[in-house]
Design a protein around this ligand. Structure first.
Ligand code: TRP
Ligand code: SF4
Length: 371
């Protein structure tokens, strides 16, 4: 099951269609069927949350031929990890279970030079929050490489230096805006090395590298594809594959963001505060109960329904039932939120129990910068 177009998967894709038209991102629905011939697609893929890709065919080919492939993903430790950050790691864990080698870069150089974050805080958040949460969510330490941008292997830095010759200022400005400075410039070249280095022999020589990201990172991926082309004969680099997932709506209706506490629920959120945040969430409900019974709610515009779709309901049948209970007006928002709260608290309680041990593991696997 899962391949028929789900009622919840279609609506918001409309907003993302622009990306197909203007940037050449392909709809993920095109490769879903092929993937399902090999293995069960991830819940986020079935539900249209993962909506786009570039060159995902390469991953399918690798899976079919039983060839090794790798996943590269980045941690930007600005603010606590929340549910809006969880979709990436859910996909990474899925690929790891399919046999992929996992590279996780902690973007500490970018966080320091571009976002102006404090170095101690960067290390602390990356290890004790993000990485610990990743492990508690089920990321295994097998086939896993975690590194800090400021503390990695020589060949990685050589890439940054070589890449500088074949990247233009106008490309960099297209990514970071007109006000380029040395920090941003180095951050872009560093991200190119992040994305492309698993292809080098010294890092495993992976022909297929997939980078799952939110659409905001696509400019980097377009540049990485161009850089790969420009270094194809010199270094044998190939274009990376990428997938794009929708952002999770914040509980206040905007994008879920660590800068607005009422918009997000952290994975380390105390249960009491998590419960009260979801009960206060905006919904797709009508102004009065009477209207809602008559017209039904609008789950497509509801942050609570998004939490259920992206994170809290594993069964497609159950999600579909909730969708129609809302749509038909059979269920009102109060009842729905109580149900969502119950699921959220059960999830968080179980997750947070694993965090203590995960923190210990997290601090032992990453090579923390010396100063
Ligand atoms: N620029 C990314 C961000 O702002 C962080 C990042 C660095 C990254 N290197 C990466 C993301 C490689 C994906 C792949 O979040
Ligand atoms: Fe959202 Fe649930 Fe209300 Fe529907 S019933 S609008 S899904 S909170």
């Amino acid at each position: 099951m899962g391949l028929r177009l789900s009622p919840w998967g279609t609506e918001n894709v409309v907003e993302y269609k622009r990306l197909f038209k203007y940037f050449g991102i392909k709809p993920f629905s095109e490769v879903l069927k092929e993937l399902s011939r090999i293995t069960e697609p991830h819940m986020l893929m079935r539900r249209g949350v993962v909506f786009g890709h570039r060159d995902f065919d390469k991953v399918i080919t690798a899976l079919k031929r039983n060839e090794k492939f790798s996943i590269l993903t980045g941690i930007m430790p600005s603010g606590r990890m929340h549910f809006g950050h969880k979709m990436v790691i859910d996909q990474v864990i899925y690929y790891q279970q399919l046999g992929a080698e996992i590279f996780i870069v902690i973007a500490d150089a970018e966080a320091y030079a571009v976002r102006k974050l404090d170095r101690g805080e960067i290390v602390n958040l990356a290890i004790n929050d993000y990485l610990a949460n990743y492990l508690a969510l089920g990321l295994s330490t097998r086939n896993l490489h975690v590194y800090f941008q400021t503390n990695y292997e020589r060949d990685y830095y050589r890439l940054i230096q070589l890449f500088s010759r074949k990247v233009t200022m106008s490309e960099l400005k297209a990514i970071y805006g007109e006000e380029l400075d040395p920090g941003k410039l180095i951050a872009v070249l560093t991200q190119m090395a992040d994305i492309l280095h698993p292809q080098l022999e010294s890092f495993g020589g992976f022909n297929t590298v997939l980078v799952p990201v939110g659409p905001d990172q696509d400019p980097h991926l377009r540049l990485a594809r161009d850089v790969a082309d420009r270094f194809s004969s010199e270094l044998g680099l190939k274009r990376p594959a990428s997938t794009y997932h929708k952002f999770l709506m914040g509980l206040d209706g905007g994008k879920m963001s660590s800068s607005r506490p009422e918009s997000f629920i952290a994975l380390t959120e105390p249960l009491e505060s998590a419960g009260s945040k979801i009960m206060k969430s905006l919904t797709g409900g009508r102004p009065t109960a009477e209207e809602q019974r008559k017209m039904g709610g609008v789950p497509e515009k509801c942050p609570v329904f998004e939490m259920l779709t992206y994170h809290l309901v594993q069964s497609d049948e159950e999600l579909e039932r909730i969708y129609w209970d809302c749509k038909s007006g059979r269920m009102l928002c109060g009842e729905c939120k109580l149900m969502a709260r119950e699921k959220l608290l059960r999830f968080l309680e179980e997750h947070q129990e694993k965090l203590g041990r995960a923190r210990g593991v997290a601090s032992s696997i990453a090579n923390i910068p010396g100063f």
